[in-house]
Design a protein around this ligand. Sequence first.
Ligand code: GTP
Length: 255
Amino acid sequence: MYFIFILGTAGSGKTILTKTLQEYLLDNEMDTAVINLDPAVESLPYRPDFDVRDYVDAFEVMERYNLGPNSALIASVDLILTRASEIKSEIDQIEANYVIVDTPGQIELFAYRDTGRIVSQLITGNNKSLGLFLFDSYLAKEARSFISLLLLSSSIKFRLNIPIINVLSKADLLKDDELNKILSWSENAENLIDELGKIDEYSIELVNLLLENLSSPIIPVSSEEGKGYDELYASIQRVVAGGEDYLTEEPNPRL
Ligand code: GTP
């Protein structure tokens, strides 16, 4: 069993990609299950095999603790851990080749907080996993935002200690020249540095380092038009086949 975490900033297209990827995998005769980890989502376009909303309701948390929507969601994910063993036994019932995990838009859970790592370990146990990090086309077409997304993606990779595939979501919203420009940035740091104009040595080194460590160029995908999924699946396969092997941590005995 292999877990695929769908990660990205709010509204980057995680939920629709989850649905489209599941359909793609099922069409290709791969047993695929889906986990919804977003306690605040109101409706889903797919039928989850595990739904965190059965354990915690972000709106109830908001009222009970008098929190705003963002902090209620963070608190809800913390609360999930109080029901860890029930959750673990429900997830253990899932049988599939691939389990796609749709995550909440509060990216700080996975980029800056330990909760995201603990919850992801609770879910995967001893199974291997990878992450798809979505670069929202709307943000990625601006060079500085593209770099911010690279930093976020690296931060998640560092926190979760899993291979990350970078995906350019909503590619249908880009004009051809915008798409080609983004692809050229991900293939060659010089192109991105040229776009930034005058920048200091530190920034140049940072951009070089971020791009040197990309496992593959960013993969454009349109869930709306169902495009890019062959390339995305090929990239997932490369990781699954052992192109990138990661040390898996021992599961936390307290979970
Ligand atoms: P949060 O859970 O709120 O963080 O959102 P999300 O990342 O799950 O994004 P979601 O899948 O809900 O999509 C957000 C918006 O982007 C919706 O209006 C989608 O219709 C739109 N969207 C998602 N994928 C695509 C795409 O490939 N093309 C276009 N044009 N729009 C898309």
